[in-house]
Design a protein around this ligand. Structure first.
Ligand SMILES: Cc1ncc(COP(=O)(O)O)c(C=O)c1O
Length: 454
């Protein structure tokens, strides 16, 4: 019901595709029928989910059918290895180059500054671990700085660097999730090599002041890496204007395929992140192995579409965010929007329904797909490390869910989310002991502390 527009679009695309393919007779029969089957599967899948509104676009996005169509010839028909010197290899290499140009256009990078990776996790790893190892070797810089609110993929690198004997600082953030530049200045020193920070936080949508962070670091000769996984293709991003040294992005967050990402590496820093023994012809010596041509093509197409739709999507998504927040706060009290109300990407809304547990809300609101930062495991309640670093009171943090809005989200889906969340909250609050404590005016934090939750 809620995916009706998507379904209709898929049917129209399928019809056009069939007409084109029949007219031109370009594909062999086998490919023709496999495409039909795949398209039908896509439609059936969306029909099956038709009464659930997907509001988890920060977790992943569906691959745009246009992206899928652009990729499909590169699995069977155009199958060459881009490293091969013959015709088949050249055709594949041309496709990878064209994809690289599309990505480069979106972020205003130079051609050789765009490196295809397996995803943002790998890009983060290359940018942080390899840079720190090189800087340590060549300049004795062994201090790495990042934020306590980073994505797990960066925190894993942080743990690794610690184990390898590097000095690591995890910066605190304010209750709005923003980095305090004075705090940054107070921790950096002559041995600091790199700062890595999340451009748009995946749980709260908080958007850091990139220009000021970069200026503060560059003044002291410190390089900067931005994990832009949740920003790439969603907000305007110009690596030259922002003067970033490294940036990571992922295909599956921007309606591209899973298993592909991008590392932007300023050309002067390429030597820092080269992998030993790699063929220089493959991703400029930064990555080894055969390039996954269809995935690169998909990443390029997704970047191209994102570039053309960026401002329209951003405006629509901002309006849907307002509708969602107004709809919920208009009907319920003790609702908290976690993170900066000014510096954010509107597509990610972290919202607390005080008195209820995040996971319980998710289970109750069955017709929406959202995610929760808290988890209840063996009688112990863990809260999101992001909200914890923002020092959000435990009872507010544990009642949070993340709603992420995408380009396919409709007003009807937002209205459904409002209805489901308001009903779920009222029902849960009616039986919630925490809600009773709040109502009685006692400090829930004190009660939680006594029970060992923080
Ligand atoms: C901020 C951030 N960084 C990194 C990643 C990892 O991305 P990928 O799945 O491409 O490895 C994610 C995915 O959720 C993310 O949100």
């Amino acid at each position: 019901m809620y995916y009706i527009t998507t379904d209709v679009r898929a049917v129209v695309r399928l019809t056009k595709f069939v007409m084109r393919i029949t007219k031109t007779k370009l594909c062999c029969r086998l490919q023709f029928w496999s495409n039909i089957v795949l398209s039908m599967q896509q439609i059936l899948c969306s029909v099956k989910l038709s009464n659930i509104a997907y509001l988890d676009y920060a977790a992943t996005t569906p691959c745009d059918p246009v992206v899928f169509e652009a990729m499909s010839p590169y699995f069977c028909g155009v199958f060459g290895n881009p490293n091969s010197m013959h015709h088949f290899g050249m055709v594949a290499l041309d496709a990878v180059d064209a994809a690289r140009i599309k990505v480069r256009t979106l972020i205003n990078a130079d051609f050789e500054e765009v490196v295809f990776t397996s995803g943002a996790t790998e890009a983060n790893k290359i940018a942080t671990i390899r840079t720190m190892k090189s800087l340590n070797k060549t300049a004795g810089k062994r201090h790495f700085v990042t934020l306590a609110t980073e994505h797990k993929s960066i925190l894993d690198c942080t743990d690794y660097l610690k184990r390898e004997g590097f000095d690591v600082t995890l910066l605190e953030v304010g209750s709005d999730g923003l980095l305090n530049l004075d705090h940054l200045t107070s921790v950096i020193n002559d041995t600091t090599g790199l700062l890595s920070f999340c451009f748009v936080n995946s749980e709260t949508g908080v958007m850091q002041d990139v220009k000021r962070i970069v200026a503060t670091c560059h003044e002291r000769g410190i390089l900067v890496h931005a994990d832009a996984t949740q920003a790439f293709g969603k907000i305007p991003l110009d690596v030259k204007e922002l003067d970033l040294d490294f940036l990571s992005a992922s295909g599956h967050k921007v309606y591209g395929p899973k298993g592909i990402g991008v590392l932007y590496c300023k050309s002067v820093h390429a030597r820092l992140v080269r992998t030993p023994g790699a063929n220089r012809d493959v991703e400029f010596g930064i990555r080894s192995g055969t390039v996954p041509v269809p995935l690169c093509v998909g990443m390029g197409e997704a970047a191209k579409i994102a570039f053309s739709e960026l401002s329209t999507n951003l405006t629509r998504i901002a309006a849907l965010r307002e509708r969602l927040i107004a709809g919920i706060t208009g009907q319920l009290d003790e609702i908290y929007i976690n993170g900066s109300s000014v510096h954010n990407y509107p597509g990610i809304v972290n919202i607390s329904f005080r008195g209820c547990e995040g996971e319980a809300i998710m289970m109750e609101a069955k017709h929406i797909a959202v995610s929760s930062g808290s988890a209840c495991t063996s009688n112990k309640l863990t809260i999101s490390h992001v909200l914890e670093a923002m020092k959000i009171p435990v009872d507010i943090a544990q009642s949070s869910i993340r709603i992420s809005i995408g380009k396919l989200t409709t007003e009807a889906e937002i209205d459904l989310a409002i209805e489901e969340l308001v009903t779920a909250t009222k029902k849960l609050r009616a039986i919630s002991p925490v809600w009773d404590i709040i109502r009685s005016g006692s400090s829930v934090d004190d009660v939680f502390k006594r029970q060992g939750f923080r």
